[in-house]
Design a protein around this ligand. Structure first.
Ligand code: ATP
Ligand code: PH2
Length: 174
């Protein structure tokens, strides 16, 4: 049995539609969805702004690997095409497995390149932590500490200032 935080991002096509479709697809495991945020591109400036959100999901039978498979399936449904020359380039939908916890609430740690847990760049990304803190205000990023501390320290504090809530684009929560 595992819980996971997944991060959702889109900056191509019907951005809000891609996020909504992903959340709809996760309906059977969804505990709560964050607000939607407009965020400047991170890691590759020459692309449109993203919409980002985060979800907390739970499945009695899911292994950590099942969450990755589910994330990939959601990206495929959104027609994501990978450009090998642009690692952080534009995409219809990006779903990352940010952190996973076992039944007892212990964080799952992994250095497997196929599924690194927690996600190796989550602590650098205000676009991940800002939505996440909506749904877990007392949340901790395993190995890095409280979300509040991470978001209130540089460089993320400055990045967070450039993030705009989009209350007009609410996602469904169960
Ligand atoms: N926690 C994780 N969540 C999602 N993918 C992961 C994770 N750890 C390792 N990966 C691997 O990373 C590879 C690249 O994933 P992807 O193409 O989504 O990267 P990206 O979204 O461009 O970059 P980033 O992972 O930095 O957001 C995938 O093949 C996947 O197996
Ligand atoms: N703002 C923002 N920037 C990104 C995002 C994302 O979801 N939001 N995803 C990326 C993929 O690695 C690269 N850069």
């Amino acid at each position: 049995m595992t819980r996971a935080v997944l991060s959702l991002g889109s900056n191509l096509g019907d951005r809000a539609g891609h996020l909504r479709a992903a959340v709809h697809d996760l309906d059977d495991v969804l505990l709560v969805a964050s607000g939607v945020y407009e965020t400047p591109p991170w890691g590759d400036d020459d692309q449109p702004p993203y919409l980002n959100a985060a979800v907390l999901v739970h499945d009695a039978g899911a292994t950590p690997r099942d969450w990755l498979d589910r994330a990939r399936a959601l990206e495929a449904t959104a027609g994501r095409v990978r450009d090998p020359d642009r690692r952080f380039g534009p995409r219809t939908l990006d779903v990352d497995v940010i952190a996973v916890w076992s039944d007892g609430g212990e964080p799952v740690l992994s250095d497997d390149p196929e599924l690194t847990l927690p996600h190796p760049r989550a602590h650098l990304r205000a676009f991940v932590l800002r939505p996440w803190i909506d749904i877990q205000p007392y949340g901790r990023l395993p190995g890095h500490g409280w979300l509040t501390d991470l978001l209130n320290a540089e460089p993320l504090a400055s990045d967070a200032l450039a993030i705009s809530p989009r209350p007009d684009l609410r996602l469904e929560s169960n």
